[in-house]
Design a protein around this ligand. Sequence first.
Ligand SMILES: *Cc1c(COP(=O)(O)O)cnc(C)c1O
Length: 226
Amino acid sequence: MSIAENIEVVKKRIAQACEKSNRDFSEVTLVAVSKGQPPESIIEASCSGIKIFGENRVQEAKSKIPICPSNLRWHMIGHLQTNKARDCVRLFEMIQSVDSLHLALEIQKCAEKESKQIPILLEVNVAGEASKFGIKPEVLIQTMTEINKLTRLEIQGLMTIAPWTPEPEKVRPVFRKLKELKLSCEDALGAPLPHLSMGMSNDFDIAIEEGATIVRIGTAIFGQRT
Ligand SMILES: *Cc1c(COP(=O)(O)O)cnc(C)c1O
């Protein structure tokens, strides 16, 4: 299957999940995860209507983004080391993977130097997996309250990576929990948070049923990464 065909299939699945949960197709933003993909594949996807691409390594993004068409938009979705924050602030329109106050402070400093406002999502380790980055649910409100004081950062919602399972139905509780956490955050902030970034190739249908506004899809669009 070509990238164009894969995108059609993914969009159909998004539409079906929206219909099943009484949501509008326009409420869900598709981010094509292009890590490990060459510019040719990214251009092919953009010709099929993909506007936003997700990358998980600053180094790779730094060499790839400048040689891709300049109308593409980029989201950082991987763990970010503080020494890469400056490049990250320059390259990406959103950082979805803010996983500590320490990192947020560094992004604030870099954004200040670049005179930029940075939309961010807080990455939450909902399932408490030792192998994953992300803020622990128990300290989320406290961490968010501190990050919310940083004037250059705009908290727009939460992001999570669900544990991998061959049966996506099993991770439904993880998505439901992230939605509950978003409600608690909104209560604490006294303001709405627009985004829930959850769902990947294996489980995005379920994530949409549970309220995802951003899905991050790699394999189902580009095929297996080499
Ligand atoms: C790689 C990656 C994805 C996409 O995963 P697929 O299973 O290929 O769809 C989504 N989110 C993050 C954070 C990733 O690192």
